[in-house]
Design a protein around this ligand. Structure first.
Ligand SMILES: Cc1cc2nc3c(=O)[nH]c(=O)nc-3n(C[C@H](O)[C@H](O)[C@H](O)COP(=O)(O)O)c2cc1C
Length: 233
C-alpha cells in the first residue's frame, strides 16, 4: 500500500512544529516556570542514544544564577585570554563555506554590521552570553571521556528539547559560543570533574518586533544532500 504522508493526521502537526523552529536572537523578558521547562525536558529525555547511555547533562539557569554566569562570561570576554573557539575547521569544505558566508551576510546584514567591523562583531557575539535577553539559559554538558558518537546523542537530545519547546510556542537558540569559556562555565556551575560544554541555549518567547528573528536561513533541497540507491523511480 502506498503511504501518503500528508494524509496522516499527526504529520501536519509534527511538520509544522519542526518547520516553525528557528534560531531566535532577541527575546521578551517574560518568565517561564520551572514546571514548563521540566515538562520540556521530560519529553526530550525520550531521545534515543547509543546503547541507551543518555550521556547528556543540562544546567537550567534563570534569575540571579543566569545573570551571574552572564557576568562571568562578559568579564572573560573582556579579559580576552581564551583563544578563539575553532568550532569549524579552517578552511571549511567549499559547499559549507558558501553557506557559512551566506549566513554571515544575512546575520550581520540584519544587525547592520560590516564584514570588517571587528569591534561591532565582537559586541554581537557578546549578546550570546546574555542569552539574547531570554529569561532562561541552558548549558548542555557531556562527560569528556566520551567520543563524537555520544556528542551525536547530545545533538539529538538538544534538537528534541527545541522541538518540545516549539510545540508550546517557546523559542530557542542553540549556541556553540559558550564552549569557548569551558573553564569559566564548569567552575561557575560546579560541573563534575571531566565534563565538557557541548553548547548553550537561550529559551523564551521571541520578540517578534526584532528583524533578527525573521532571518530565513536557506536550506538545500533534498536532492542536494541525499543519494537514493535501489529505488525504481
Ligand atoms: C550546534 C549549534 C550551534 C550554534 N551556535 C550558535 C551560536 O553560538 N550563536 C548563534 O547566534 N547561533 C548559533 N546557532 C544557530 C545557527 O546559526 C542556526 O541554527 C542556523 O543559522 C540555521 O538557522 P535557523 O536555526 O534559524 O533555521 C547554532 C546552531 C547549532 C545547531
Amino acid at each position: 500500500m502506498e503511504l501518503d504522508r500528508h494524509s496522516h493526521p499527526n504529520a501536519s502537526i509534527v511538520d509544522a512544529v519542526i518547520r516553525s523552529r528557528r534560531a531566535v536572537r532577541c527575546f521578551k523578558p517574560d518568565a517561564i516556570s520551572r514546571h514548563v521547562i521540566e515538562q520540556i525536558l521530560d519529553v526530550a529525555r525520550s531521545a534515543p542514544s547509543n546503547s541507551n547511555t543518555q550521556p547528556w547533562r543540562v544546567y537550567v539557569l534563570a534569575g540571579e544564577d543566569k545573570l551571574s554566569l552572564s557576568d562571568a562570561l562578559r568579564r572573560a570576554q573582556i579579559e580576552d585570554r581564551h583563544p578563539p573557539l575553532r568550532h569549524l575547521p579552517d578552511p571549511l569544505p567549499d559547499a559549507m563555506r558558501t553557506r557559512q558566508e551566506a549566513f554571515g551576510a544575512t546575520y550581520y546584514g540584519a544587525l547592520g554590521i560590516s564584514k570588517t567591523d571587528i569591534q561591532e562583531r565582537a559586541r554581537a557575539t557578546a549578546r550570546n552570553f546574555d542569552f539574547f535577553g531570554a529569561p532562561v539559559g541552558l548549558i548542555f554538558a557531556v562527560d569528556s571521556s566520551l567520543s563524537k558518537y555520544s556528542w551525536l546523542d547530545c545533538g539529538i537530545f538538544i534538537q528534541t528539547v527545541m522541538i518540545a519547546a516549539s510545540a508550546v510556542g517557546l523559542n530557542t537558540c542553540p549556541q556553540v559560543s559558550f564552549a569557548r569559556y569551558q573553564d569559566v562555565i564548569s567552575t561557575h556551575l560546579g560541573f563534575p570533574a571531566g565534563f565538557d560544554v557541548v553548547c548553550g541555549m537561550s529559551l523564551g518567547f521571541a520578540d517578534e518586533r526584532s528583524a533578527l528573528n525573521s532571518l530565513d536561513m536557506a536550506r538545500e533541497p533534498v536532492q542536494g544532500f541525499s543519494s537514493f540507491l535501489g529505488f525504481d523511480s
